[in-house]
Design a protein around this ligand. Structure first.
Ligand code: TYM
Length: 325
């Protein structure tokens, strides 16, 4: 069975872009592949975290996976920080990663601009830690949103380089990016992706937004000129809203366009607000009944198994390098 690996940073706000670009696709993969989903808490530390809330955010992230239907009987769920091999392999890959390669990463350039006061080594080396996450588990496929593809390409470069230097060790992973939903745009600005680091809460629909608040955000979302409900390159704001509508309702974009033919933006937004609130209430109902103690048990079990796989890989890596005698 092919291996799938993916992860999300446990920042406090997870938005529908994270769901539509990533988690939604993970659920469908569980029956076909051997799946591993990590809460990548060490990655979250590349921007400032608060010790008072960090632990809760990590727990909430794992709970979010479960509420969406990641099934611990089928998939492995674990915290990155509980598997020391991730940081160990990162050091080794750091010695073959080139500074010029990391400087080209667009996420680094964006985040360095956003957090000018805290451009730390971790932020710079972030993609190397991500490469370690993926390579430790002989991953074939990495289901992510479009913004992560460059990191997976770097992962392949590092794996190829290591294999060339030390002999065949790592599997080369492929990104798995869906045609629709891989880049959900901000509600306040359709030229930028929906982002949890946006200073404007109107940019995103958070998964834990009160459905009434989310509806207001939809009603206030930026639209394009004209009044027709139609997707297309000249209507980036509406196209984004149509993609969200389609993915959350399961209806085809063409059918939604037909449904709203002759109606205006306000009617369409009202319909979308209903779809979004229904989705949020359904998710939140499931999220709220999952017990913290169950999440802890599931993580402990996942961490035991992840450590076994990762330690085996590290032994191979160390032997190949000649760190053993
Ligand atoms: P993170 O935590 O920023 O985002 C998690 C997932 O959500 C996707 N995503 C989006 N998809 C569509 N539209 C958007 N506006 C949008 N914003 C975010 C991301 O592409 C991602 O799939 N580096 C990763 C976490 C990571 C990882 C890994 C992923 C660490 N190690 C190993 C895969 C494999 C990240 O920052 O995701």
């Amino acid at each position: 069975m092919k291996r799938v690996f993916s992860g999300i940073q446990p920042t406090n706000i997870l938005h529908i872009g994270n769901y539509l670009g990533a988690i939604k696709n993970w659920i469908e993969l569980q029956d076909k592949y051997s799946c591993i989903f990590s809460v990548v808490d060490l990655h979250a530390m590349t921007v400032k975290t608060d010790p008072k809330t960090f632990g809760d955010n990590i727990l909430m992230m794992a709970k979010t996976y479960l509420a969406f239907g990641i099934d611990p009987k089928k998939s492995l769920i674990f915290r990155q920080s509980e598997v020391p091999a991730h940081t160990e392999l990162t050091w080794i890959l750091n010695t073959i990663a080139k500074i010029s390669e990391l400087e080209r990463m667009t996420q680094f350039k964006d985040k360095a601009k956003q957090h000018k006061e805290n451009v730390n080594m971790g932020l710079f080396g972030y993609p190397v830690l991500m490469a370690s996450d993926i390579l430790l588990y002989d991953t074939n496929l990495v289901p992510v949103g479009e913004d992560q593809v460059q990191h997976i390409e770097l992962t392949r470069t590092l794996a190829e380089r290591f294999n060339r230097l030390y002999g065949e060790t790592f599997v080369l992973p492929e990104p798995m990016v869906k045609k629709h939903g891989a880049r959900i745009m901000g509600l306040d600005d359709p030229s930028k992706k929906m982002s949890k680091s946006s200073p404007n809460a109107g940019n995103y629909i958070a998964l834990l937004d009160d459905p009434a608040v989310a509806s207001k955000k939809i009603m206030r979302a930026v639209t394009d000129s004209g009044s027709e409900i139609k997707s297309g390159a000249n209507k980036p704001a509406l196209t984004n809203l149509l993609v969200i509508y389609s993915l959350l309702s399961g209806k085809d974009i063409k059918d939604i366009e037909k449904e709203y033919a002759g109606k205006g933006y306000a009617d369409f937004k009202k319909g979308l607000a209903e779809v979004v609130s229904g989705f949020l209430s359904g998710f939140q109902k499931k999220f709220n009944v999952i017990k913290d103690s169950d999440v802890r048990d599931i993580l402990a079990d996942g961490e035991k198994k992840a450590n076994e796989i990762a330690e085996r890989k590290m032994r191979d890596v160390k032997t190949k390098i000649g760190l053993t005698f």
